[in-house]
Each structure stands twice: as structure tokens, then as C-alpha cells.
Design a protein around this ligand. Structure first.
Ligand code: CTP
Length: 399
């Protein structure tokens, strides 16, 4: 674990029995050369003493907003700026809920809300709490906010029940952080152009032809490429997602607008990734008034073909530029993906199929196979942020 050397890490500890494992995690991080500041919740201190933690980290442990006898204020803002990463292990159901909703009633949550660096959580709780819809909802919110979730294991819990909720082992948590830093800056100096989300093709002022794409995969790729140091332009169709931090996001509605925005940037692009689910057809005309059920007599809609953005860029592509497409298939998946790889002059295609549970539109997870002329790598079902990292690893390898 060489990538943790010199890194500033906030280790957040909340009140769960797995807090005893945080001591091992702290030891591993310090041994790997990281500078660690422990922030512990009042309940966390019931499980593990600050003396143990400050001895291992070489820094006073922070728990309260003020030191009681001196009145010294602990600045969560400064801490948030100091950190290269924050890892909360264990993250209890209560801490996850507070993070998801912004209930800033302790130093750990105020620090989380001020953190500019990436945040990791390692949930730990009893199986019923883990399986509760509230916890799932809070974890989904945190993932959407860009928090990296280090999934808990299935095993024996403090209650002696066996199930999902056991905090991941400290070694694995430290490795996840190490891998995260290893991937940093691999795209420094590169310009990345991304498309994401659906396109909407207007029929009239209130209706459109579109699809179920949520944009989550493309946005995760934009965030990950930005984190690796790339200069990212994201051309996004209509989605409910917040613009990724540090990414130039251009909002468009239709396939034609998406093509136009891409053409403006493409000549300066090193890597273009076409993750959008572009509507292949648009209504021949968009009426300027709402189509009325009785009066307009429309029973058939005449459609015209939309431009193929990936194929258009494929034709313009010059040596040194890399073009990556996606293929979401329902049948003959690999053959269809390979056909698109050739037809659109792509260098790589990311195949996902609706036949795989948890893959495709709207979900937080995806299962992809990355295919190029001479390589095929199949990945397992993962969170879309982890999938984005896998895809960019493949791209970086082929640069
Ligand atoms: N794509 C694009 N412009 C289009 C259609 C698709 O840029 N008008 C891109 C997608 O972003 C994706 C790849 O092409 O990267 C494949 O998209 P897909 O919809 O699977 O391809 P189509 O050529 O539309 O094929 P199909 O007949 O399966 O819809």
C-alpha cells in the first residue's frame, strides 16, 4: 500500500461495536504513511477510548465542537479542507441517516458536510437495521451524493445473528483507499468529452419521445474522469442529477443539440465516451401548440432519423483520439456490440444487457463487459461508481 504515503485522512468513528476494528484500520493507515485525524462521535467513545486512538494517530482525537475547559473551537471547515479523503468506519445506521439528511448535531457530521475530499463509509449494523428500507434509502442518497460505500460483509454479528451488516475488514478498507489514490491523476492533461442521459424529442410543448435513461452511468464516469485529473466536458440530456463538481456540464434536450455540443468540443478531445441513450428518431415536426385529443386528428406520428452522434465522431476521429461507445442490448448482446464497434468506428464498447438483474437504466448498479478489437473483459455487478472506475482503467490501459 504505497499510495497512502503522505495523504491526509480523516478517520470518522461512530458508535458501533465494530469501532474496535477502527483501531486496526488506524494502525494500517499510519503504517502506510498517512497522516490521520480521528473524529469520533460521543457514542463512539463508549466503544473505544480516545487515548488509544490519539496514541496511535499521534494527534488529539476530536469529538466535541469545543474543548470544554479551554473553549478552543475545533474547525470542521479547516479539517474538511485539510483532508485528502475521509473514511467513516464504522458508519452506523444513525450516522448514515444524519449524513443523508444533513443533521449536523456532532463534529463528525459537520466535518462530513464541510469535506471537499472524497468520502468513504463502511456501514456496520445488525442485519435487520441493514435490511431496513430506511437504511437502503439513506445509502442510495449517499451514493447519489458521490459517497463511496464500502459494502458490509455477511457474517456473524455482535448480536450473534448471522447476516449482512458486518463491517468490512480493516485491511480491505485500507486497500480500497489505497486503490482510490492509485487511480488519481492518471488522466491529468487529457480532455474527456462525455455524453449522458436520455434525449427528449419534442412532439409539442408538453410531450416528447424519450427513454428511461437516468444518466447515472455517464455522470459517474464524468466524476471519475474528473477525479483522475482530466479536463471533462459533460454533454447531458435531461436528468434529475446534480452537475458533477469540477466538471463543465452542458445541458441539452434533443439528439441534434447533443451532436452540436459534441462537435464544438471534439477536435480538442483526447477521449470521447458516448454514454447517452440517444433517441434514434424524432417527430418530423414539433407543433407549437398542445396536440388536442379531438381537434388535431393525429393518430400516426411521422418520424425522422436522428443523427448518430457516436458514428459522426467516429468519422471525424483522428489518430491519437479515442472513441468509446456503450451498447445496451436485450438479445444477441455481444454480436450486436461488436457490430456497433465496427460500424461507428469505436475503439472500445461497453456492453450491458437488460437480461442481467441490476444492470441498465435507472439502477445504481451495472454489470458491463468492455470489448475492443483484441480484448474482452467481463466485470461483475457493481455500484456505478465502481463500474466507472473499471471502464476508465480499461481506457487508461489503452491510451
Ligand atoms: N449513439 C449515438 N447517437 C445515436 C444513437 C446512439 O451517439 N443516435 C451512441 C450511444 O451513445 C452509444 C452507442 O451509440 O454509445 C450505441 O447506442 P445504441 O442505441 O445501442 O446504438 P444504435 O446505433 O442506436 O443501435 P440500435 O439499433 O440497437 O438502437
Amino acid at each position: 500500500m504505497t499510495n497512502l504515503k503522505g495523504k491526509h485522512i480523516i478517520l470518522g468513528i461512530s458508535g458501533g461495536i465494530a469501532a474496535y476494528k477502527s483501531v486496526v484500520l488506524l494502525r494500517l493507515l499510519v503504517k502506510a504513511g498517512a497522516e490521520v485525524q480521528v473524529v469520533i462521535t460521543p457514542h463512539g467513545k463508549e466503544f473505544i477510548t480516545p487515548v488509544t486512538l490519539s496514541s496511535l494517530s499521534g494527534k488529539p482525537v476530536i469529538s466535541e465542537f469545543f474543548t470544554a475547559n479551554t473553549g478552543e473551537w475545533h474547525s470542521h471547515v479547516d479539517l474538511g479542507l485539510w483532508a485528502d479523503a475521509m473514511v467513516i468506519a464504522p458508519a452506523t445506521a444513525s450516522t448514515l441517516a444524519k449524513m443523508a439528511t444533513g443533521v449536523a448535531d456532532n463534529m463528525l457530521i459537520t466535518t462530513y458536510l464541510s469535506a471537499k475530499a472524497p468520502v468513504f463509509v463502511a456501514p456496520a449494523m445488525d442485519l435487520d437495521m441493514m435490511a431496513h428500507p430506511t437504511t437502503s434509502r439513506n445509502l442510495a442518497t449517499l451514493k447519489a451524493d458521490g459517497v463511496h460505500v464500502i459494502e458490509p460483509e455477511v457474517g456473524e454479528l455482535a448480536s450473534h445473528l448471522v447476516g449482512r451488516g458486518r463491517m468490512e475488514e480493516p485491511e480491505k478498507i485500507a486497500q480500497a483507499l489505497d486503490a482510490f489514490f492509485a487511480a488519481e491523476q492518471t488522466l491529468k492533461g487529457k480532455k474527456v468529452l462525455l455524453t449522458a442521459g436520455p434525449t427528449y424529442e419534442r412532439l409539442d410543448p408538453v410531450r416528447f419521445i424519450g427513454n428511461f435513461s437516468s444518466g447515472k452511468m455517464g455522470y459517474a464516469l464524468a466524476e471519475e474522469a474528473g477525479r483522475r485529473g482530466a479536463d471533462v466536458t459533460l454533454v447531458a440530456g435531461p436528468t434529475a442529477l446534480a452537475d458533477p463538481i469540477g466538471v463543465k456540464t452542458i445541458h441539452v434536450e434533443s439528439a441534434r443539440q447533443m451532436l452540436e455540443a459534441c462537435l464544438k468540443d471534439f477536435s480538442r478531445t483526447d477521449i470521447a465516451i458516448m454514454a447517452a441513450a440517444v433517441a434514434d428518431y424524432a417527430p418530423k415536426q414539433c407543433l407549437d401548440h398542445k396536440i388536442k385529443r379531438e381537434h388535431d386528428g393525429i393518430e400516426n406520428i411521422e418520424l425522422v432519423k436522428n443523427p448518430d452522434i457516436a458514428a459522426s465522431l467516429g468519422q471525424l476521429k483522428t489518430a491519437g483520439q479515442m472513441l468509446v461507445g456503450f451498447a445496451l442490448e436485450t438479445d444477441n448482446a455481444e454480436a450486436n456490440a461488436r457490430e456497433k464497434l465496427l460500424r461507428k468506428n469505436l475503439d472500445m464498447i461497453v456492453l450491458n444487457t437488460l437480461a442481467d438483474a441490476g444492470a441498465g437504466f435507472g439502477t445504481d448498479t451495472n454489470k458491463v463487459t468492455v470489448i475492443s478489437q483484441d480484448e474482452k473483459i467481463a466485470f461483475g455487478l457493481k455500484d456505478k461508481h465502481a463500474v466507472a472506475a473499471d471502464i476508465l482503467d480499461c481506457i487508461c490501459k489503452n491510451l
